[in-house]
Design a protein around this ligand. Structure first.
Ligand SMILES: Nc1ncnc2c1ncn2[C@@H]1O[C@H](COP(=O)(O)OP(=O)(O)OP(=O)(O)O)[C@@H](O)[C@H]1O
Ligand SMILES: [Mg+2]
Length: 243
């Protein structure tokens, strides 16, 4: 099985070298657990360290804020966008019917999953993208009735992205203290991998954790690992011996 380096320091070692290529990985967690940083790091490091063009679809945050926040880690998205190594697709304010001033954006007249997938595939072809991040899935605002409809929609998404040769990181929210792994409770079954981020609060080094809950075709670490978000290097995952 071909592996794709995650760009997250310390994570490849826990995954036999990285994510399985052309698969869809779900990254879930409560608010502030690092889902956006994780997905941005996957895209940024992919472009800069592994020469793999990537697409960042933002549904929650405005692109200029992402650029600003990521610059805090020394990740210059703008520079990679100028080289067409990264494209940010703005799907944030289109959702509420406002126009975007971004080059790549969804129409304010409205869009659905199909329309978004078309946009991703188009961008992927043009720039030869290998990676895509969608932050976040619940923000797509599925208007589907049943669990099986949501499941079908996510399955379609993973199929289409895989066909385009993309490895995908998709984020989903889970309410604080919930036993579920995702917002709808079905994403984790469709995804090829599930990574759960947690924040225990209270300060100190072991307050953030990362747990690989599943990774198809991979003998992954079964442990809950300490994780840090550092200004210098972004997300770092530690082996459990270091607690
Ligand atoms: N430059 C930085 N250095 C260290 N820690 C940071 C830095 N920037 C953000 N953080 C930490 O990361 C958290 C935000 O991470 P992120 O935005 O990825 O979370 P999220 O899971 O996407 O949250 P949400 O559910 O609100 O979208 C902040 O609350 C803060 O604790
Ligand atoms: Mg976020």
């Amino acid at each position: 099985m071909e592996r794709i380096p995650t760009g997250i320091e310390g994570l490849d070692e826990l995954l036999e070298g990285g994510f399985p290529r052309r698969r869809m990985i779900l990254v879930s967690g409560a608010c502030g657990t690092g889902k956006t940083i994780f997905s941005a790091q996957f895209i940024y490091k992919g472009a800069v360290e592994y020469d793999e063009p990537g697409i960042f679809v933002t549904l929650d945050e405005r692109p200029h804020l992402i650029r600003e926040d990521m610059l805090q880690f020394g990740w210059d998205f703008r520079k990679e966008e100028e080289k067409d190594m990264i494209r940010i697709i703005d799907a944030s304010i289109a959702k509420v019917g406002l126009p975007s001033d971004e080059v790549y954006h969804m129409p304010e007249s409205g869009f659905d999953l199909d329309r978004l997938l078309v946009e991703i595939i188009k961008a992927a072809k043009e720039m030869g993208a290998k990676r895509v991040a969608v932050d976040s899935l619940p923000a797509l605002g599925f208007r589907y009735e049943t669990e099986s409809d949501i499941r079908k929609a996510i399955l379609k998404m993973s199929y289409v992205l895989m066909k385009s040769g993309l490895t995908a990181v998709i984020t989903s929210e889970i309410p604080e203290g919930s036993k579920k792994f995702s917002k709808f409770g079905v994403e984790e079954f469709v995804a090829d991998g599930v990574i759960v981020l947690s924040y225990l609060g209270g300060g100190g080094p072991a307050t953030r954790t990362l747990h690989i809950r599943k990774m198809r075709g991979t003998q992954h670490s079964p442990h809950i690992h300490p994780m840090e978000i550092t200004r210098e290097r972004g997300i770092i995952v530690y082996p459990i011996e270091e607690i």
